[in-house]
Design a protein around this ligand. Structure first.
Ligand code: DGL
Length: 261
């Protein structure tokens, strides 16, 4: 028995890494839908269909006991549907991220960055407003250039710093004291963001999901298996994979494998 994690691509390996470090013996199956990434600019219906297919693959093939939807875009649109469809705990990143932001923010001015899909869904905004007792001010911004920069391994180049400033100066000028990194790729840029804005509290979904997993009342049968599946092998895949998780067994599967289950 095991847990499954899925993401639109390889950015979710930030979540895989964090879970693997916190649960060294847990069996973890990760599916990165690299053939169909990005999800962040797809329609709601397409994101839901892809999410159901990815979850179905891990549930049907590996009997996972819990599912982590690492992808913020998929979490924004598909979480309720996945919870209804699959009879296991399904954890997303939006609620734990929002809770963590409220805990960290003193002035209750919170920035949210993510894909067009995540920002357009208002998932963080609605969650923050629902769970906060205070009058919280939320400033959102899609940062579409972050994903290709990370995929290219341009983690701390001067171009990356310029793009970070281009996107984030505006939010910081609004007075935010906390920033939610609402995309699986963005934690890779955390050090650059911290260097440019040292005062900012950063919310990283790869960290906040850990508490929710610890709270699951499950007796995992653990062998420490780690397995990464991808639906396509892009040129940047191995660079980023090695940077994030090192030498974990990886297997390319066919899209038809996940669409037919
Ligand atoms: N994994 C996606 C997310 O966290 C980012 C990449 C994409 O657009 O698919 O929203």
């Amino acid at each position: 028995m095991s847990i499954g994690i899925f993401d639109s691509g390889i950015g979710g390996l930030t979540v895989f890494k964090s879970i693997a470090e916190n649960f060294p013996d847990l069996d973890i199956y990760y599916l990165g839908d690299t053939a169909r990434v990005p999800y962040g600019n797809k329609s709601k219906d397409t994101i839901i269909r892809y999410s159901v297919e990815c979850a179905g693959y891990l549930v049907n093939k590996y009997n996972i006991e819990a599912l982590v939807v690492a992808c913020n875009t998929a979490s924004s649109y598909s979480l309720d549907i996945l919870k209804k469809r699959f009879n296991i705990p399904v954890l997303g990143v939006i609620v734990p991220g929002a809770k963590n932001a409220l805990k960290k923010s003193k002035n209750k001015k919170i920035g949210v960055i993510g894909t067009y899909g995540t920002i357009g869904s208002n998932s963080y905004l609605n969650t923050l407003k629902t769970i906060s007792d205070d009058d919280v001010q939320i400033y959102q911004k899609p940062c579409p250039l972050f994903v290709p920069l990370v995929e290219e391994g341009m983690v701390d180049s001067h171009i990356t710093k310029m793009v970070v400033k281009e996107y984030l100066d505006e939010l910081v000028e609004k007075g935010i004291d906390t920033l939610i990194l609402g995309c699986t790729h963005y934690p890779v840029l955390k050090d650059v963001i911290k260097e440019l804005y040292p005062e900012l509290n950063i919310v990283d979904s790869s960290e906040v999901i850990i508490e929710d997993l610890k709270n699951l009342d499950i007796n995992f049968n653990e062998n420490g298996i780690r397995h990464i599946f991808i639906t396509d092998e892009s040129p940047s895949f191995h660079t980023l994979k090695n940077l994030l998780v090192g030498n974990v067994k990886t297997e390319k599967i066919e899209l038809s494998d996940i669409c037919s289950l």
